[in-house]
Design a protein around this ligand. Sequence first.
Ligand code: AMP
Ligand code: MN
Ligand code: MN
Ligand code: MN
Length: 293
Amino acid sequence: MHLLNADLHSHSNVSDGTLTPEALAQRAFDKGVELWSLTDHDELGGQHRARDAALALGLPYLAGTEISVSFAGETVHIIGLGVDPDDAGLQAGLAATRSGRRERAQQMAAGLAAVGIEGSFEGALRYVGNPALISRTHFARYLVETGVCEDTYAVFRRYLTQGKPGYVEHRWARLGDAVRWIRQAGGEAVIAHPARYRFSPTAEYALFTEFTAHGGRGVEVMTGSHSAAEQQRYAGTALEFGLLASRGSDFHSPEESRVDLGSLPDLPGKLQPVWGALQHRVQQSSRRKPEVS
Ligand code: AMP
Ligand code: MN
Ligand code: MN
Ligand code: MN
């Protein structure tokens, strides 16, 4: 049986990816993606461009976003799929979630200056495509450019994660709010890359329990940062909590991302794909027969 090559997690330069929404649509199409979603962090600014580019290629599209949430002392990412990008409530929620990023970046730069890395705020800004969305990734690119580290992964490890000089604690959206914004905008909420969070078993159980209680419906099982063992583990979690399963590369950049668009293994057959519940939200170009003159 042919399983749809869905890639429902990717980033453009409207957040911390390096490609424009149009270039990303083209790459998704070239790599064989059959259902695509652009899920910029805390942003919907690229949605119309992504949809228009996808539809022009005949690539079915689901509008998306990835919301930063604070839960039990960790940052958790919640993906909204099939949302209405013009929904006022979702837009207001995302604007509030984005609002502290600039001050946070200035504090990050101060932390880096304290260990001798000067000018990183201005440096990071050079990589920013959207002034409202300065992220750790932009700092990482600047520190690679200036030779402080060899690659962005090393920057995160040495400078940008908890306990490191450029890390600044930040309060993001609440879990219940993020799920509610997504659902009220007509979409489904999905827990992104669950293996990335450093939760105790109890805290992880609480995340999945509260998420489903708020009406969250899905979990990312196949994603760029999951090992094969983690894919299996969260396939089990999906079954345990009765969640739909998602698949998305989390592609950011041809130079940085380890997993390309459309290249993940299929979802295990025992899982229900989240796109099955979102068929009414998929945008497609009406197929026109070639004109014969
Ligand atoms: P921010 O929203 O500013 O906290 O930045 C989060 C982004 O940084 C994520 O979406 C990833 O793109 C990137 N990121 C986070 N942790 C790592 C890591 N350990 N290695 C590489 N990239 C990371
Ligand atoms: Mn990112
Ligand atoms: Mn994420
Ligand atoms: Mn992501």
